[in-house]
Ligand binder design. Structure first.
Ligand SMILES: Cc1ncc(COP(=O)(O)O)c(C=O)c1O
Length: 422
């Protein structure tokens, strides 16, 4: 079992107070906090081993290159990749998906082809496909959700055809929390020879991930959502599919040789890591992965299931004053809960919670089509991680009760600059 009180000691920021209250950080789906081990590993690397990678014979460059390569191996092991060469460091999930769209889609799609995405996809796994479809004369089709917030698999089966070349979906939704059946989707797509792009931004940090069991061709995720720093993300791809893909960014480090007439591309993964990479951040991500592995992904998953189950039970006390969206069964979702307080704008609820020191996200969470589908202008999203506690949830519920009781008084003026609604 996991002990959040012990874990919290590793996170200096959780000692902070906000508006005179101890911070309750429930915005983990947006980005997570960093343990001291990650902060120190990056500092130590910069103090003692820093140099550019793959460019120097000198000791520091060798040390930095070794650390950077080791980071690929650590991540590969974490997701049970077949080889560390399948792990490509990019800056985030968004860049990983764009790399597939422009590295695979641009070269393989043709007029009349179809791309299937889901209505619950984050814009990062929807807009690249829409743009590439426009460019290539292909068509994007959407798979809907049912009233409980699950994907309509029967609709996917209907829409998939020999025209389908790409099927893209989130392993877990960043709004509903729904954990989708990746293997089922992958098998349906593979039956028609389509490639499968899984957005793991909300799953890899929270549920044990084994790319061999997922059976997808690509998996994208971000370091900053899993205790690592910003600026580093992962594009995992099956080696044979990566071998077929073109680099979408080219330049230094992507080649073995260049003449004026020819290019010999580098081996995997270097072919896809153009220019000086985010070296320090890669070291930070590796340390984050070590941290998560020490705690155990199964333990983290179980902890989040319990936190969600407890929250949903306590939500019942708020009756009709509160509406939440997505699966009711905590085993079918991650620690993400999107909700609204009756008659209160989502931004007002979020800003009011901030008065209590509670950090949540408000808006449409880069999932506008999903919100429109649900008939909502926005939601408040509480999202948990390994350092969150049942006491924090009690305090969250008490704070919501106060906000509900004093609705008008809590309607604080919100600067329009932060009300982007995204
Ligand atoms: C499901 C999902 N996909 C993609 C992204 C984009 O991640 P990033 O901003 O790190 O590229 C997010 C971020 O919230 C997400 O939740």
């Amino acid at each position: 079992m996991l002990d959040p009180d012990e874990i919290r000691k590793d996170f200096p920021i959780l000692e902070r107070t906000i508006n005179g209250r101890k911070i309750v950080y429930f915005d983990n789906a947006a980005s997570t906090q960093k343990p001291i081990q990650v902060i120190e590993a990056m500092e130590e690397f910069m103090k003692k081993h820093y140099a550019n990678v793959h460019r120097g014979l000198h000791t520091l460059s060798q040390e930095a290159s070794q650390k950077y390569e080791e980071s690929h191996e650590i991540v590969a092991k974490f997701i049970n990749a077949y080889s560390w060469r399948e792990v490509i460091f990019v800056s985030n999930t968004t860049e990983a998906i764009n790399a597939i769209a422009y590295g695979w889609g641009l070269w393989n799609l043709k007029e009349g082809d179809e791309i299937i995405v889901t209505i619950m996809d984050h814009h990062s796994n929807m807009l690249p496909w829409r743009l590439i479809a426009q460019l290539k004369g292909a068509r994007v089709k959407y798979v809907d959700i049912n009233n409980e917030g699950y994907l309509k698999y029967e609709e996917l089966e209907e829409k998939i055809s020999n025209k389908t070349k790409i099927v893209a979906f989130p392993v877990a939704s960043n709004v509903l929390g729904t954990i989708n059946e990746a293997r089922k989707i992958a098998r349906l797509a593979h039956e028609v020879g389509a490639i499968v792009v899984a957005d793991g931004a909300q799953s890899v940090p929270h549920v044990p991930t084994n790319v061999r069991e997922l059976e997808v061709d690509f998996l994208a995720f971000s370091g900053h959502k899993m205790l690592g720093p910003t600026g580093i993300g992962v594009l995992w791809g099956r080696e044979d599919v990566l071998e077929e893909m073109k680099p979408f960014k080219v330049g230094g480090d992507t080649i073995k040789d260049v003449t004026l007439d020819s290019i010999v591309w580098h081996d995997l993964p270097w072919r896809f890591e153009a220019g000086t990479p985010n070296i320090v951040e890669a070291v930070g991500l590796a340390e984050a992965v070590k941290y998560l592995s020490r705690i155990g992904m199964e333990n983290i998953r179980n902890h989040e299931v319990e936190l969600v189950a407890y929250t949903l039970k306590r939500f019942e006390e708020l009756g009709e004053e509160l509406e939440y969206y997505g699966p009711r069964n905590p085993h079918h979702k991650t620690g993400v809960i999107a909700f609204n307080v009756k008659d209160l704008n989502h931004h007002t609820t979020g800003a009011s919670l901030d008065l209590f020191g509670i950090a949540v996200r408000t808006g449409m969470h880069c999932a506008h089509p999903l919100h429109y589908r649900l008939g909502l202008k926005g939601t408040v999203r509480a999202s948990y991680y390994l350092y969150n506690t049942f006491e924090e949830i009690d305090y969250f519920i008490e704070s919501l009760e106060k906000i509900i009781m004093l609705k008008e008084k809590f309607t604080r003026e919100i600067p329009t600059s932060i009300c982007t609604g995204t």
